[in-house]
Design a protein around this ligand. Structure first.
Ligand code: HEC
Ligand code: HEC
Length: 336
């Protein structure tokens, strides 16, 4: 199908959804309430495990010079993300990607912008060993934990053995499964509290589903299709700074494609996109309005939207209504 015909078909389906009350209700549910957090059978949640994982998450001793913890780049006070476009690890080493929020990572089908990790257990040991993040080796990290009696005791209690790769990963993942963004104004609104969202946010919701067709990718209760798309971020002078998904699949069709991120609590996690190139929500919406960055791999849904400035600000108001209730997590006391 030609690009224009494909687009017409896609838009027609949105128009249909928008005008048919039944379909529209379904579409509405599509961006609905989050279900229970998925928990793998081999890593059940227990209070003691979550508490241990929380300490590890906040403990800078898991980094080479004891200055960087998970919370450095996924800061609870900064939407569990990092206000810097790219984070700084040990000795201010810089990576190339913006820190995604840990909020709702428990619902992701893939972890990382390019999806190279399957689940939170798979992901957790990556940053500890990453030379631009915590700069450790696992044997060093395990040695350190084993020299802290408070940790050894807790690992014994939770896993029946001292710290090892698997138990460290499982404890951190169990904690991350409690880092959830939900109970937003949007959630209250769709449960029937019509006063939960402002008029502008409600108009923004209709734009999100309709004219701006954001739900083409930011669908489902977590506002992501868990797929990879090319919106053109990071494309300049005829090439992508970052290959994105194609680095994992070795498929050229995935060049410049990145994982659709959740939009829950997105107002807390500026700057935006995998390279942190858009500083504000207004700028991110303007990016979509102009049709992203033209490139040979641009997703078919990314086209100029011709939004008015009022419509752009209504979309931003809607995105702000996705901020979840505060979690009330305080920094734990770390074992000596
Ligand atoms: C120096 C900064 C830094 C530190 C320290 C760090 N991260 Fe990250 N984290 C990042 C960046 C940057 C990415 C995205 C990397 C990519 O996509 O290639 C990321 C990705 C993630 C993701 C994937 C989220 C998603 O939506 O794909 C999770 C989960 C995560 N980190 C958890 C952790 C945990 C747990 C720790 C501690 C063990 C940690 N991070 C330490 C910067 C950091
Ligand atoms: C074709 C699929 C697609 C459509 C349509 C789409 N997005 Fe996205 N969105 C993505 C992907 C993929 C990313 C990450 C892209 C990157 O970083 O390279 C993203 C990133 C974002 C971000 C940044 C989030 C963060 O944590 O950095 C915001 C905000 C956003 N989208 C809002 C919207 C809005 C509003 C619309 C409708 C106007 C929209 N998106 C339409 C796929 C899409």
């Amino acid at each position: 199908m030609k690009r224009s015909a494909m687009l017409a078909a896609v838009l027609a389906s949105f128009v249909l959804v928008f005008h048919d009350p039944v379909l529209r209700a379904e579409q509405f549910l599509a961006n609905g309430l989050l279900g229970p957090v998925p928990v793998p059978a081999d890593n059940p949640q227990t209070d003691a495990k979550i508490r241990l994982g929380m300490q590890l998450y906040f403990d800078p001793r898991l980094s080479q010079d004891k200055t960087v913890s998970c919370a450095t780049c996924h800061d609870p006070d900064k939407g569990w993300a990092d206000p810097k476009p790219v984070s700084e690890g040990v000795e201010h080493a810089k990576g190339t990607r913006n820190s995604p929020t840990v909020l709702n990572a428990a619902y992701n089908r893939f972890q990382f912008w390019d999806g190279r990790a399957k689940n939170l257990e798979d992901q957790a040991l990556g940053p500890i060993q990453n030379p631009v993040e915590m700069q450790m080796t696992m044997p060093m990290a395990l040695d350190r934990l084993s020299s802290i009696p408070g940790y050894v005791k807790q690992f014994q209690e939770v896993f029946g053995r001292g710290p090892d790769d698997e138990s460290v990963a499982k404890a951190i993942a169990a904690f991350e499964r409690t880092v959830i963004s939900t109970d937003s104004a949007f959630d209250r609104y769709i449960q029937g509290d019509r006063s939960a969202m402002s008029g502008a946010a409600v108009r923004g919701l209709h734009l999100f589903n309709g004219k701006a067709h954001c739900t083409g990718c930011h669908s489902g209760p977590n506002f992501t299709d868990n797929r990879f798309h090319n919106v053109g971020a990071g494309y300049s002078k005829g090439k992508f700074e970052d290959e994105g998904r194609s680095k994992v699949t070795h498929n050229l069709a995935d060049l410049g494609a990145f994982k659709t991120p959740t939009l829950r609590s997105v107002a807390l996690t500026a700057p935006y996109l995998h390279d942190g190139s858009e500083k504000t929500l207004e700028a991110a919406v303007a990016f979509y309005d102009r049709g992203g960055n033209a490139n040979p791999n641009l997703d078919l849904l990314i086209v100029p939207l011709n939004l008015t400035s009022r419509e752009r600000s209504e979309l931003v108001e809607f995105l702000k209504a996705l901020t979840g209730a505060p979690l009330g997590i305080t920094k734990p006391k770390l074992p000596e």
